[in-house]
Design a protein around this ligand. Structure first.
Ligand code: ZN
Length: 441
């Protein structure tokens, strides 16, 4: 019995000693775990080798597939002369986006950005094409290219030539493959050249919503688990289409009031289309309501739709409430039919005052330079000669698209102006060209 007891005791003591030795040695071999300050569930791994100028910091999530993706990126830099740091820019229920900054020892003044976006439920890397539902990559790349070009052009710190900007932002996958997904925005890192820091371009998801697949639209599963940050210089508006008209080209704007009307407006639209010309139609709400398809056709051809009130009253003889009704009702109708809010308003009889202007909201008053008085003369040749005798660069012509004689005159006018070297534009295009000319002068 004593022997048995002795052995039991001895075994227990040995196990205890063994445990103490094992525990203390394993403690001694473990470096303290460092956690990410923003996301405490993430471990930071820091590897260095001063002999090789190698230093690398990366996060581990202790989720097998995710860590594998990160490690396979890290592996290729092992013991190379580089300094890599990371930033978890976004971490939501659905996605994880990490930005790595690679600083090569041989290029101390220049760092490169590498991005990793991971679909957490599938444990897969998200590529740009995965975000969009369209089969045609030209669609979203064209939008991104337009946005990027416009931002670069207006960025004072960038000194590239125009053709270099066009090249750097051309709509190819290669230019937009580095990105970070946020809940409301996508941040791109656009490469401008070998020695230039990548341009950070943040684009609101709203601008891409009709192409993004539902999963990646802004929603609760894409909310950051800590806090959503708004990126710097977020682009929230699509760039205006660039004017393709040379600044030294003669331009003239044709405007047509009181329509649209079937049988006459169509004739003018056909002529504009044939000569690649644009006009502004100042429509009456009461007429537009009867002919919505003519408004759609106007916009489809690149023409402009302005407002001319609901039913042509003398606005200066009305109270504010009635004026506001004339303006707002017409504006909503135009917007409902065409999807575009009119920015120009032509008051009936050209009569307006400050209180009319105050009720216009974002729109502005647009008058004219050449009055054909086509409503009075109803004579094709008279209307044509009035316009041609007074035509000059930068002028706005007033006609009415509800008369047969005016429509026939318009066809002839469009033909003659074009053969005299005029580019026929809408009123807004004319104003835009004048603005560009002033800037260039
Ligand atoms: Zn009128």
């Amino acid at each position: 019995m004593n022997k048995k007891r002795f052995f039991t005791l001895l075994t227990s003591v040995l196990i205890l000693i063994g445990t103490i030795i094992y525990t203390s040695s394993s403690v001694a071999n473990t470096t303290p775990i460092v956690l990410d300050t923003k996301y405490p569930q993430v471990e930071i791994i820091n590897k260095t080798n001063p002999d090789n100028d190698f230093s690398i910091k990366y996060p581990l999530f202790h989720m097998e597939k995710i860590d594998q993706i990160i490690l396979s990126y890290i592996k290729k830099w092992n013991n190379k002369p580089i300094d890599i740091t990371y930033n978890i820019v976004h971490y939501s229920q659905q996605t994880l986006s990490i930005q790595f900054t690679e600083q090569k020892a041989t290029q101390p003044n220049h760092s490169t950005t590498h991005t990793l976006n991971i679909n957490l439920s599938e444990g897969k890397i998200i590529k740009l094409a995965d975000l969009f539902s369209t089969d045609n990559s030209e669609d979203y790349l064209t939008v991104l290219s337009d946005i990027a070009y416009n931002e670069l052009k207006n960025n004072e710190n960038i000194t590239l030539l125009n053709k270099e900007l066009k090249k750097a932002t051309a709509p190819t996958l290669e230019h937009f493959h580095k990105f970070i997904l946020l809940n409301d925005a996508i941040v791109f890192y656009v490469k401008l050249g070998d020695d230039i820091k990548d341009l950070q371009l943040a684009v609101s998801k709203n601008l891409l919503n009709d192409m993004l697949i539902d999963q990646y639209k802004s929603n609760d599963t894409n909310k950051d688990i800590v806090e959503d940050s708004t990126p710097a210089n977020l682009v929230t508006e699509l760039p205006k289409k660039e004017l393709e008209i040379p600044l030294d080209q003669k331009v003239i704007a044709l405007s047509f009031d009181d329509g649209p009307k079937k049988g006459t407006t169509d004739i003018i639209l056909d002529a504009l289309k044939n000569y690649d010309a644009h006009a502004t139609f100042f429509v009456l709400g009461s007429m537009a309501e009867k002919n919505p398809e003519l408004l759609t056709e106007m916009v489809n051809q690149g023409n402009e739709v302005g407002s001319h009130s609901w039913d042509h009253p003398h606005l200066t003889k009305m109270n504010d409430q009635k004026v506001k009704h004339q303006i707002d009702r017409t504006k909503s109708l135009i917007q409902n039919i065409t999807g575009i809010e009119p920015t120009l308003f032509r008051p009936p009889y050209g009569s307006f005052d400050q209180s009319v202007c105050d009720l216009l909201g974002n729109a502005e008053v647009a008058l004219w330079d050449i009055d054909t008085e086509d409503w009075k003369y109803r004579d094709k040749d008279h209307i044509v000669s009035t316009v041609m005798n007074n035509a000059a660069d930068g002028r706005i012509v007033l006609m009415h698209d509800i008369y047969q004689t005016s429509a026939e005159a318009a066809v002839e006018i469009i033909h003659q102006l074009t053969s005299q070297g005029y580019k026929i534009v809408s009123v807004s295009e004319l104003l835009e060209i004048k603005k560009h000319r002033e800037l260039a002068a």
